[in-house]
Design a binder for this molecule. Structure first.
Ligand code: AMP
Length: 130
């Protein structure tokens, strides 16, 4: 059974896509901690991030950097926070979260709600800065 993230990559489940290349895919988290909360994943379905081979893992960070630079132009913040949890979806992913304080990246706090239109506009704005 493929993961929900593989279904997103294949277009079988919709997502608010930010970027894609041969090896990686980035899209908005649907339960965001902050506006612009984005997930970066390898297209290859690997559960645990530290099982990813060195070359693919290194490239994932470079891809995430490009995405983070675009997000921070649309969502002003002190920094783009970067976190890996992987407790919910068994497909390795990096969380990129715009932060101003440590509390902005507290995964136990209540998630934000946006309408489909708001998510779509945000994704389009970020894509325009890639
Ligand atoms: P974790 O595996 O603990 O890092 O959490 C998985 C993350 O994926 C959570 O922040 C979810 O909100 C997010 N997520 C789960 N399903 C989707 C989806 N269909 N589209 C976007 N984000 C998702």
């Amino acid at each position: 059974m493929s993961t929900i993230f593989t279904k997103i990559i294949n277009g079988d489940v919709p997502s608010y896509k930010i970027a894609e290349d041969e090896n990686y895919f980035a899209f908005l988290d649907i339960n965001p901690l902050a506006k612009g909360h984005t997930l970066v994943i390898p297209k290859k379905e690997i559960n645990y991030i530290f099982d990813i081979d060195d070359k693919l893992l290194g490239g994932m960070l470079v891809f995430a950097k490009k995405v983070a630079r675009a997000v921070e132009q649309v969502v002003p913040c002190k920094r783009m926070g970067i976190t890996v949890l992987g407790l919910e979806v068994p497909h390795a992913h990096i969380h990129l979260v715009p932060i101003n304080t440590i509390f902005d990246i507290d995964f136990s706090k209540e998630k934000l709600k946006f309408t489909t239109g708001e998510f779509e506009k945000l994704a389009a704005d970020i894509r325009a800065h890639l």
